[in-house]
Design a protein. Structure first.
Length: 366
């Protein structure tokens, strides 16, 4: 049942997240929207009558994405004064947004139809951190499966250059270097050789389409100048070299991929970032069951891994967790990370690898 007060409050909650992530303009927009929303537009009515869980549904970010797109298109000078930071007084900001919601109602309404696809390339720093832990355990060679790939920017994980606490991975000629502020324990200094990457999304974004690319860019907060530049560079990489990205249901795809033959000497790893909350509970359970079953079949020659970078909403933080098979260890926390990859905090190694590496001596020397 819709709860107008909770739906308004979701914008204040999002403003708090934006403030914590040094995005004052976007925070100001969210705070103003909590006051500006009225029933004099279809967009306002739909937001106030939102039937779902507004925070989990990223309701605020859906609408902010649409407003940012209008700013980028230059169609509303008063709105652009807000998004450029020229107008900061709460009352004029709120008045501007009230007017924008009415004037641009038809353009904004479709932005509420689906969750934001903030395909942030820097999130791959957290996932590479997890892969380094698996590389220390199983060896350097991987095939990567990603769910919720959006535009496929994290499927470029084999083509990015990473600098993670002085541990470097990836081609030094890459046009994109991902260098988060590193905190805490460094990741394992292990070799990583990604043989292939494949991904799925329920609604993939084709960045070869200028309209689709512009929509993706609108989801990047206006405050995040570095993110915007990195996104443009990553989009250019996808357009130049392509990615293996298909449209489909995550659970169906994972089950099918895990049934495919796995090359010897290669660790198959499932990875995802900020997508788990958007999957239906039945899909999450199917993926867990499929991974457990594949893990039971894992061998020294064909290990299996799972790397996730997902929000822990109870603790208000984003976590990098890793699980590997052989073995029956539960998912283990290896790092904390900024939601958009600005920093990564490595934690102590969650498992002892020496005995396993000794048994893999011949492979390690190959």
């Amino acid at each position: 049942m819709a709860n107008e007060a909770e739906n308004r409050a979701a914008f204040d909650i999002q403003a708090g997240y934006c403030t914590a992530m040094d995005a004052p303009i976007t925070a100001r927009v969210c705070t103003a929207l909590a006051d500006a929303l009225e029933r004099d537009s279809e967009t306002g009515r739909r937001v106030l009558d939102w039937p779902g869980e507004p925070v989990a549904d990223a309701l605020a970010l859906r609408l902010v994405g649409g407003l940012h797109a209008l700013h980028r298109a230059g169609v509303d000078p008063a709105l652009s004064a807000v998004f450029s930071g020229a107008e900061t007084d709460p009352s004029p900001v709120s008045a501007t947004l009230k007017g924008t919601l009415v004037t641009h109602d038809a353009a904004l309404l479709p932005w509420l139809d689906g969750p934001p696809q903030t395909n942030e390339a820097a999130r791959s720093a957290g996932m590479m951190t997890g892969i380094l832990h698996l590389a220390e355990r199983y060896g350097p060679r991987f095939e990567v499966l990603e769910i919720g790939s959006s535009a496929g920017l994290n499927l470029l994980i084999d083509r990015y250059r990473f600098d993670l606490g002085d541990v470097t991975v990836g081609p030094d000629t890459s046009p994109v270097t991902i260098r988060p502020e590193w905190r805490g324990a460094p990741p394992p200094s292990a070799l990583v050789e990604i043989k292939s990457t494949r991904g799925v999304d329920i609604h993939p974004v084709d960045v070869a389409d200028p309209v689709a690319a512009a929509r993706l860019e609108a989801y990047v907060w206006v405050d995040a100048v570095e993110r915007q530049a990195r996104l443009a560079a990553a989009i250019a990489m996808v357009r130049e070299g392509g990615v293996d990205l298909v449209e489909g249901d995550a659970a169906d795809w994972v089950e099918a991929q895990l049934a495919e033959p796995q090359p010897e000497g290669v660790t198959r790893v499932l990875m995802h970032s900020v997508v788990w909350q958007y999957l239906p509970a039945t899909s999450r359970e199917r993926i867990r069951i499929a991974m457990e079953a594949a893990g039971a079949r894992a061998t020294v020659e064909r290990p299996l891994g799972w790397v996730m970078m997902e929000p822990n909403r109870d603790l208000h933080r984003h976590e990098v967790r890793v699980r590997g098979w052989l073995g029956d260890r539960a998912m283990e926390l290896v790092a904390l990370t900024h939601a958009h990859g600005a920093w990564v905090e490595g934690l102590a190694a969650p498992y002892e690898t020496r005995d396993y590496v000794m048994r893999r001596g011949a492979y390690e020397a190959a």
